[in-house]
Design a protein around this ligand. Structure first.
Ligand SMILES: Nc1ncnc2c1ncn2[C@@H]1O[C@H](COP(=O)(O)OP(=O)(O)O)[C@@H](O)[C@H]1O
Ligand SMILES: [Mg+2]
Length: 224
């Protein structure tokens, strides 16, 4: 048994310090997403980026908290089956998770509660040999449909789209894709390449989040 660790509050600023400018930026992101699709609300959204460490997991985790704080039911799924971090961020065990579900049809979904009311997390589970096969499977579609029944919105964390196909494969099964770029770090050509890879599978890119923006620069979010 793993002891339940405390959530990593330093990265979960929407939980730790809801009045901070950073938390306010996540609320602006939430609002922008909600208003970007008034006719057909986005129910399933994934975050990806060009490379590791651009802030995908931090962004999607804080966005999930912020949406739950607006009294919607949110499920956050760790589909980064290469470098999963959501269990660490929320201080949850990861013996069971998304990949365990792939092995048994109709099994219980090992959703875990968090200290945020309305927010449940499905951690990665044990790392599989071929993540893209799992994310591209029929079984994955069934799992997404099942999760949608239990939440108003389902958010998915993924690996960098430029490095492996996982995010592009999953992008075909969700309503929207949020790209995360890091100010001063993400290369322009790589950003263009990410966009091209997602366009190729007809992904619906709903916006770009720019992370690590100095506060005096103003907003950390802008539309695509
Ligand atoms: N908006 C942000 N501003 C500054 N630092 C950030 C921001 N978002 C994430 N980080 C930091 O960047 C590092 C990588 O974040 P992470 O979310 O794990 O990236 P990824 O999932 O893309 O690999 C972490 O140390 C995190 O605290
Ligand atoms: Mg990550």
């Amino acid at each position: 048994m793993t002891n339940k660790a405390a959530p990593n509050l330093s990265q979960l600023v929407a939980l730790r310090d809801p009045r901070s400018p950073a938390a306010e930026a996540y609320r602006a992101l939430r609002t922008n997403i909600q208003f970007s699709s008034l006719d057909k609300p986005l129910r399933t959204i994934l975050t990806t980026s060009t490379a590791p460490d651009e802030g995908k997991s931090t962004t999607v985790a804080n966005l999930a908290i912020t949406i739950a704080q607006s009294e919607q039911r949110v499920i956050l799924v760790d589909c980064d089956l290469r470098r999963p971090t959501l269990h660490t961020l929320f201080g949850l065990p990861n013996e069971e998770g998304l990949t365990s579900l792939m092995l048994q049809e109709g099994g219980r979904v090992p959703l875990q509660k968090t200290e945020v009311p309305g927010l449940m997390v499905l951690t990665s589970g044990p790392l599989p040999p071929r993540p893209a096969d799992i994310l591209g499977s029929r079984r994955m579609e069934a799992v997404i449909a099942q999760l949608r029944e239990h939440a108003d919105i389902v958010l998915f964390d993924t690996p960098p789209v430029n490095a492996v196909t996982d995010a592009a494969v999953l992008a075909t099964k969700v309503d929207g894709v949020l790209l995360v770029f890091r100010a001063g770090a993400t290369r322009r050509d790589r950003a263009g390449e990410a966009r091209r890879l997602l366009d190729k599978v007809n992904a619906n890119i709903v916006g770009v989040v720019l992370t690590d923006v100095k506060q005096e620069d103003g907003y950390s979010y802008y539309g695509s």
